[in-house]
Design a protein around this ligand. Structure first.
Ligand code: F6P
Length: 428
């Protein structure tokens, strides 16, 4: 992973190289603390050890029982689903990979109509084993399989924590179970039993994914000027402290759109604490040059734009044309056009004093994706240390979960008391 901070400096909000050099002293201290807590296997910090602690052979053994499926369905939500979505989209696959991470009945019904249920592997993932959306969707999926005459117990792999409803259900039906990695919140566990089984089923080189992550781990030193991940995390932190409350994650690769969604959970759920945090915006190049770029360039001076791209990618030629005004495109390629648009947008942001960081990987392959995912996790961990927040908890999400359970009569609050009377001003 390569990080170019050039356009992040001397923009608006203003961050100088001297300020980064001063911050580097705190980065060194933060790195020492992160290293110590990784050695102790402390909650969350242990995530950065996953390239060493994950057993890819065990993951391959767990999926070997499924004979060449036509489709794989991940049933999970948040970090229990976004990792699989990111890997299968980024790396592509002959397997039809689907993710069920919402309980929209229209969507669920349509997906079940699409799935070749007798030739689909279902990977149900929940660290807690109690998440309402995941358990509800799984009950619906297994019912659909049973109705189709499919033995769902032969088509299901479970990844979950040491206790909870999902662990109990797996035990009752003798389902194959993988353990979620101890000490890794869902948003930090893509490089583990949470998402790697789907990558393995899709035929990807999960060892190369871990090699890429390991390469990025090896570059974590006590200076942001030596460690790309820390350079990014420290710059994001420093800019947020100076007013860049929004970080638009804008990959120039269609296959990284889900990565931006994964990044949004990682950044928001880790750093949005104690009235601070940097809001991740999901964008996509070149598409959002015709959309959000207007706001990035001419809106409030409160944004950082993160531009991500591979240095190499397959290409598609643009045929020659005799249409007036199009000859500059004909005979070129879509890759040339995307490259020109990337560089023009990067320069356009700089010209409008909007700070932007360029992140590159050699290719969007297993190694490059492993570098990128691990790099973002390390960047987030450093940012959390510098900001002094509890990076690896998410207490603020519990209120609505508890209220929803209460409304359904499943919680420790009476349904009538689950949510306060809503203020109303109805315009109809
Ligand atoms: O893996 P679980 O326990 O089902 O949780 C799913 C997601 O829900 C959250 O716990 C938030 O509610 C996320 O942190 C997590 O990724």
């Amino acid at each position: 992973m390569y990080v170019d901070l050039g356009n992040a400096l001397d923009a608006e909000p203003r961050l100088t190289r001297e300020a980064l050099e001063r911050l580097d002293e705190r980065v060194a201290d933060a790195h020492d603390r992160i290293d110590r807590l990784r050695d102790e296997g402390a909650h969350g910090y242990a995530s950065l050890n996953l390239p060493e602690t994950v057993d890819p052979a065990a993951i391959r053994r767990a999926v070997a029982r499924f004979d060449d499926p036509a489709a794989v369905l991940t049933v999970g939500i948040g970090g229990s689903a976004l990792g699989a979505a990111t890997l299968t989209e980024a790396l592509g696959t002959d397997l039809d990979a689907y993710v069920l991470d919402n309980v929209d009945p229209t969507h669920v019904a349509a997906l079940l109509d699409t799935l070749p249920l007798s030739d689909t592997v279902v990977h149900v993932v929940s660290r807690s084993g109690t998440t309402a959306e995941t358990l509800s969707n799984f009950l619906v999926v297994r019912e659909a399989m049973a109705d189709a005459g499919v033995d769902w117990t032969e088509r299901t792999l479970v990844t979950t924590g040491p206790s909870g409803n999902l662990r109990d259900l797996a035990a009752r039906h003798d389902l194959p179970v993988l353990d979620v990695p101890a000490g890794s919140p869902g948003r930090f566990s893509v490089l583990s039993t949470v998402a790697l089984p789907v990558a393995a089923l899709a035929g990807h080189d999960i060892e190369a994914l871990l090699d890429g992550a390991r390469a990025e781990a090896d570059r974590l030193t006590g200076s942001l000027f030596e460690a790309p991940a820390y350079a990014y995390g420290a710059t994001c932190y420093a800019l947020e402290r100076r007013g860049a409350g929004v970080n638009a994650m804008m990959p120039y690769a269609e296959s990284l759109e889900s990565f931006a969604e994964w990044f949004a959970q990682l950044w928001a759920e880790s750093l949005g604490k104690d009235a601070v945090g940097q809001t991740p915006a999901r964008a996509l190049g070149a598409t959002d040059q015709h959309s959000q770029l207007q706001l990035y360039r001419a809106g409030p001076r409160d944004k950082l734009v993160t531009l991500v791209r591979p240095r190499e990618r397959p290409d598609v030629s643009i045929p020659e044309t005799d249409f007036d005004g199009l000859d500059y495109l004909g005979g070129g390629s879509l890759g040339d056009l995307l490259e020109a648009e990337f560089r023009a947008t990067e320069a356009s942001l700089a010209a409008s004093d909007c700070p932007n960081v360029r992140i590159e990987v050699d290719r969007i392959d297993e190694r490059g994706v492993g570098e990128l995912l691990y790099g973002m996790e390390a960047a987030c961990t450093l940012y959390g240390e510098l900001a002094g927040v509890e990076t690896f908890t998410q207490p603020a999400v519990e209120w609505s979960k508890r209220a929803a359970r209460g409304l359904l009569g499943g919680g420790d609050v009476d349904a009538d008391d689950a949510v306060p009377e809503k203020r109303r001003l109805v315009i109809d």
